[in-house]
Unconditional design. Sequence first.
Length: 231
Amino acid sequence: MDVLVIEDDPLEAETIRLKWPVSSDRLRLLSTYKQAAHIVHSPEIDYFDGIVVDVNLPDGNGIEILRAIRCNTNVPLILISEGGTGDSRADAIDLGADDYIMKPLHIRELHARMRRLVAHRSERPAQQRKDLVSLGHVICDLQRRVLVCSGSEMRVTDAEARIIEALYKNRNRNCSKSFLYKNVFFREFDTYDKTLDVYVSRLRKKLKHLSEESGACIQTVRGSGYRYSEL
């Protein structure tokens, strides 16, 4: 799992990192609302499998983060807190929190609760999921970050998945490099920066490896950017 943890107590954050029971999971630890804001208010938030948020932060409130995240995504979110009443916890769940755990934390329990939420989310029927997109004969599972075709799978990076998502949402329309840099790399486009071109080249090779025709779904728009065209 890729898990975002927003916790201001350095000892608590370090405890989560050290005692997290699955070493292959990737934890991103942030300590303030300011550090998390650019993720919370961008498409990047949907590339985490789950989020853990402390209710009390030095420069904000976990409930505010919850509200902002729920405007954009239904990614599983667990609130943690040293205090709170039954009513305040119920209010948080009504606002969209999937779970609410009181401190002191038992890290194995936190992991188990998150794993259950993530598994439940992934069990939705494919036709109800917005994270499955087609590129010709290849299906991209944006949540699992894999390309699938005729029983074969190939991994894609986070950036490659964001490229696919951005192009697919705007299929049959030109996407400028400026637009793609903002939505894929979360920075302004620099004419000397060839990062996007490199990623697109690698992505086309992966698509062609699975299905020769599917590589043609991502087309270059000379002097502008790229577009997704249906076969």
